[in-house]
Design a protein around this ligand. Structure first.
Ligand SMILES: *[C@@H]1O[C@H](CO)[C@@H](O)[C@H](O)[C@H]1NC(C)=O
Ligand SMILES: *[C@@H]1O[C@H](CO)[C@@H](O)[C@H](O)[C@H]1NC(C)=O
Ligand SMILES: *[C@@H]1O[C@H](CO)[C@@H](O)[C@H](O)[C@H]1NC(C)=O
Length: 138
């Protein structure tokens, strides 16, 4: 019987390491303030992508933060070209299986793009004439 060797093969498969981020706190990621993104157990170089949105189904790709990373950290300084919103960082190593950070709100990010001019909507007051119609009984 070779039951013992079968068991060893089966358990070896579950020991594979998978990429995971090691930041416990994604609060207070602030514009113009460096944030040290850290991870471990990567297989090959890591690519970090910034996603916008509060639901994976509606993530908007905001571009690659950095790629080809062979260290297990990257110091990211978000700038004010990013608007105040909910963001998420996607980590991807050579396995191509992405993992996602906790969602975070970018602190001190502008609410609207700097170049936007606001136009004041003209206020028109509409008046309604009220007509009373008395019911007529035949
Ligand atoms: C976030 O930053 C503010 C202001 O610097 C500080 O008061 C607060 O304790 C910080 N929160 C966390 C979770 O680091
Ligand atoms: C970022 O974190 C890594 C891993 O903990 C550490 O080696 C590195 O010195 C940190 N860099 C900065 C700028 O804090
Ligand atoms: C601001 O951040 C964006 C996205 O990370 C980047 O593409 C852009 O080059 C940065 N701009 C400046 C002025 O650093």
């Amino acid at each position: 019987m070779k039951l013992s060797s079968l068991f060893l093969v089966a358990s070896a498969g579950s020991l594979a390491q998978t990429l995971r981020f090691t930041n416990l706190d994604f609060h207070n990621i602030t514009v113009d303030t460096p944030f040290n993104i850290t991870w471990t157990d990567a297989n090959g170089p890591v690519k970090l992508t910034l996603l916008k949105g509060s639901s994976p189904a509606y993530f908007e790709n905001m571009g690659v933060i950095a790629s080809g990373l062979t260290d297990s950290f990257y110091v990211w300084t978000p700038n004010n070209t990013l608007l105040r919103d909910i963001y998420d960082i996607q980590f991807e190593d050579s396995t191509g299986v992405p993992i996602y950070s906790f969602m975070f709100e970018l602190v001190l990010a502008p609410v609207t793009a700097a170049a936007t001019t606001t136009t004041t909507a003209a206020t028109t007051s509409t008046t309604y004439a009220t007509t009373w119609i008395w019911p007529t009984y035949v």
